[in-house]
Design a protein around this ligand. Structure first.
Ligand code: SAM
Length: 193
């Protein structure tokens, strides 16, 4: 299904994805606040997705698609190159001892970048300081992306995890990475040949 869906949505509205949407708190409010954008929010854990999907049924937002899937497999199959304007990775919370689970350490991150339009943004938020430090480093040195690092305001309430961490007085950080003009990935070369 998915590539057709992504192509159709792209024509009408700017396309945004959220990976690991949990119970959909950010997805629902984003869709309400951005009627000119279409958000595809992906969550792989069944009970969280079910809670999210239930909310989408009651709120009937035509610019929100909730997807129950592993985001990596779904994105590889579904999204056309240069189809996205924004990608949200909010509190991905990897196993601390396994750096391979951090999105910017994965080879898949290059594929994700190939789906982003020029000027498109990836927004990563976390309460784990070594995660944001590594993400900032990898974004600059490995992926050659301009970045902005900010502390998340203490009254921010975008997601359930964000609310929980800020209530505990933990610091949360956000890294915004932008795809610059002329950026090439190996997937662009592969598509072109
Ligand atoms: C710590 S929770 C955060 C949920 C939500 N973003 C929030 O901030 O409240 C991380 C979520 O990402 C989901 N997740 C992790 N890897 C994923 C993947 N590859 N595809 C889809 N969902 C994923 C997990 O199932 C989990 O619900």
């Amino acid at each position: 299904m998915p590539e057709i869906l992504a192509d159709e949505q792209k024509i009408q509205r700017s396309l945004v994805i959220e990976i690991g949407a949990g119970k959909g708190m950010h997805a629902l409010s984003f869709a309400k606040q951005n009627p000119d954008k279409h958000l595809i929010a992906i969550e792989r854990t069944r009970n969280k997705f079910d809670a999210f999907f239930k909310m989408t049924q009651t709120q009937q937002l035509s610019n929100l698609t909730a997807v129950h899937a592993d985001a990596i497999a779904w994105i590889v199959q579904a999204l056309a190159p240069h189809s996205l304007t924004q990608i949200y990775l909010l509190y991905p919370n990897p196993e601390q001892h396994n750096p391979n689970q951090q999105w910017l350490n994965m080879p898949f991150f290059e594929f994700l970048l190939s789906r982003l339009q020029t000027g498109g943004e990836i927004v990563l938020a976390t309460n784990i300081e070594p995660y944001i430090d590594n993400a900032e480093e990898q974004a600059g040195t490995l992926w050659c992306l301009p970045t902005i690092r900010q502390e998340v305001p203490i009254d921010s309430q975008r997601t359930h995890f964000e609310i929980k961490y800020l209530a505990r007085k933990e610091t949360c950080w956000q890294l915004t990475m932008t795809k610059p003009e002329g950026y090439q990935t190996r997937f662009d070369a592969w598509q072109a040949n």
